[in-house]
Design a protein around this ligand. Structure first.
Ligand SMILES: [Zn+2]
Length: 116
């Protein structure tokens, strides 16, 4: 049993890659690079989901994925540098370290620059 990245077979689905455990998808991605980064995060931070204790696996995973974005591109909205999470005006990190829209746009541009 292991986390794997697999192509999505459904041509109507806008997401091209899925991160799965034994056929169950945890997340979908539009670029293979991002899916593989998320795979590393799942292996390192989640491990075997069947042995996971607690109820916040998806929240923790989302936080890890947001950190991939944070360590890849900076944010113009809040001024966060590469490697730092987006911050609210109060200087606290945003909920689940969710990146601001500017940072998501920059991440999309980064992924597009990688090509297929
Ligand atoms: Zn930000």
């Amino acid at each position: 049993m292991a986390w794997v990245v697999t192509p999505v077979e459904d041509k109507a689905c806008p997401y091209l890659w899925s991160l799965t455990w034994e056929g169950d998808a945890l997340a979908y991605f539009q670029h293979q690079w991002m899916a593989e980064q998320a795979l590393d995060a799942a292996v390192e931070h989640i491990g075997n989901p069947n042995l996971y204790v607690g109820t916040k696996l998806s929240e923790n995973f989302q936080r890890r994925v947001n950190r991939i974005i944070s360590r890849t591109v900076p944010c113009k909205t809040c001024g966060a540098k590469i490697g730092s999470p987006c911050k609210r005006p109060s200087e606290h990190a945003t909920t689940y370290e969710n990146p601001h829209e500017d940072r998501r746009d920059r991440m999309d541009a980064y992924l597009l620059s990688l090509g297929d």
